[in-house]
Design a protein around this ligand. Sequence first.
Ligand SMILES: [Zn+2]
Length: 240
Amino acid sequence: MDWRDRSGVAPLFLILVGVLVVVVVIGGVSYVVYKDARSIVPVPPVACHCPDIPDIRNRIAEASAAAARYGQMAADIEAADATAGKPTMFGEERWKAGEAAVQVEVNAAHVQGTRSGNGRTDTACVTTVESASPCIRASLQTHENVHAASCQASKKSGRTGTYGDYKASMTMAAYWREEVAAYSEELKYLSDNLAQAMAEAGCDPVVKVETYPGREKKEDVRERLVGAWRRLSAYVSGAR
Ligand SMILES: [Zn+2]
C-alpha cells in the first residue's frame, strides 16, 4: 500500500473502528461472564487424590484451628452484647484484629512442607482462591461460596453497609458465625475427600498419611478425624 495515497486512509480508518468495536464487545461480554462465573463457583465433589493426603490433613488442621477461634470470638462478643443489651455491629478494625488473631492460629497449625492457600470474597461478591493445589483450591472455593451466597442474599434484600460491603450490614457476632459456617463446609468437603483419596486403589495410607514416626492404620486416622469432626460440630452447634 502506498501511504502517500490518501484514498486508502478512509477504508483503513473504518477497519480500525470495526476492530475496536469487536474488541470492546468481546471484552464487555467476557467481563460480565467472568464476574458472574466467579461469584459462586460450583465445586466438583471429588477434587483430591491419594498424593493430596498430606495437603488435606494440613488444611483440616488449619481449618479446625480457625473455626475454633472464630467460634470463640463469636461466643465472646455474643456474651458482651447480651450484657450491653445491644449488638456490636461489624467494624473494620475489630474485623482486622480478629482476622490477625485467627491467622496466628492457622500459622501455628500449618504442617511444614504441605501446600495450603488463601481465598477471599470481595464487596461485589466475587470470589478468588489461590493455591498451587487443585484439591485445596476446591476446598477454599467451598469456603468462599458460603461468603458469596451470604453477600448475594444481602445485596438482593438491599442490606448493604458502608461502601456496599455486605459485612458492614451484619453484627460482628453474625459475621464470625459466618466464618465458622464457611470453615465447617470446608471441613466437611475435606473429610469426604480424604476418605475418598484413602480408599483409592494402591493408596498406602501408612506411607502417604504418616507425618510423624509410629504406625497409624487407616482406621485409626479415620476414627481420629471423625472424633475431631464431632467435637467441632458440637462446638459449632453450641453444645459445648
Ligand atoms: Zn472466610
